[in-house]
Design a protein around this ligand. Structure first.
Ligand code: B1M
Length: 212
């Protein structure tokens, strides 16, 4: 691994929100592709953080400060990730489902969707089914993008789809889902229109769901 990528990795691990953006800028200036900085530096570090949490070496505060450092680095990377090639069209309402506060993956998906030309309404985290339904009812979006990072909050993806059905709005919008514990099998079970394992494949999926 390039030394600067290792420094970014270490900065996210130790939760150094002041240093990570500086290092990300340095890596960009050195010509390292944004996707490499993201995947090999930042996402790799978050995976290690998760592993250490599972092993009881890290606790919630450590996860939180690592997440802050990652968000600070992402803010620098955003304009580079968002450099669009071909513009897609479509309006997306995105959010992390009710009960779930994880937003880094959802933010990345939103950034790349915007970069690809989608209009994105980001409802944030802990979003109740009613909020998504309201946006679709008002005709403000054609695609619902649901993220969940907890096995305990995944059922709120199903609840959102069921809510759309009950409101007679299921035909008005496609629904795509993703997040670490989510699978294609789960998407099929709950009647989602698609599943993507990562942010770049989420963009490809959104384009295909919108007929692009
Ligand atoms: Co939490 N957490 N966390 N956490 N956290 C996980 C998810 C966990 C796997 C850690 C572990 O045990 N190894 C575990 C979940 C276990 C499970 O249910 N299977 C866990 C737990 C248990 C918890 C708490 C319950 C801990 C506690 O309080 N005891 C608690 C729950 C709080 C809540 O939500 N109600 C909690 C809290 C937190 C923090 C707040 C401290 C913090 C989040 C801060 C934030 O997001 N602003 C946090 C963090 C940072 C993590 C880990 C370490 C990292 C998550 C992350 O940001 N990854 C995580 C461990 C892990 O995932 N390795 C963990 C980087 C991000 C880029 O990846 O989000 O997977 P990800 O997104 C990817 C893809 O999944 C996909 O694209 C993204 C980019 O490629 N994707 C989509 C995501 N959404 C998509 C939507 C799409 C398509 C693709 O279409 C719509």
């Amino acid at each position: 691994m390039e030394p600067i990528l290792k420094e970014i990795y270490d900065g996210v691990m130790s939760g150094n929100a002041a240093e990570v953006p500086v290092k990300v800028n340095a890596a960009l200036a050195a010509g390292i592709p944004p996707a490499t900085i993201l995947n090999d530096g930042m996402i790799a570090a978050m995976n290690t953080v998760g592993k250490l949490f599972e092993e009881g070496e890290f606790f919630v505060p450590e996860m939180l400060i690592s997440a802050r450092a990652m968000q600070a680095g992402l803010a620098v990377l955003k304009p580079k990730l968002a450099l669009a090639d071909i513009k897609a069209t479509g309006r997306v309402v995105a959010g992390t489902v009710k009960g779930d506060l994880h937003d880094i993956g959802k933010n990345l998906v939103c950034m790349l969707l915007e970069g690809a030309g989608f209009e994105v309404i980001d409802l944030g985290t802990d979003v109740a089914p009613e909020k998504f339904i309201e946006v679709i009812k008002e005709g403000k979006a054609d695609l619902v993008a649901l993220s969940a990072l907890l096995t305990t909050t995944m059922p709120n993806m199903r609840a959102t789809i069921e809510g759309l059905k009950a409101a007679g709005l299921r035909e008005k919008a496609k629904v795509m889902i993703g997040g670490a514990p989510v699978t294609q099998n789960y998407a099929d079970q709950i009647g989602a229109d698609g599943y993507a394992p990562d942010a770049s494949r989420a963009v490809a999926l959104a384009k295909s769901l919108m007929g692009g």
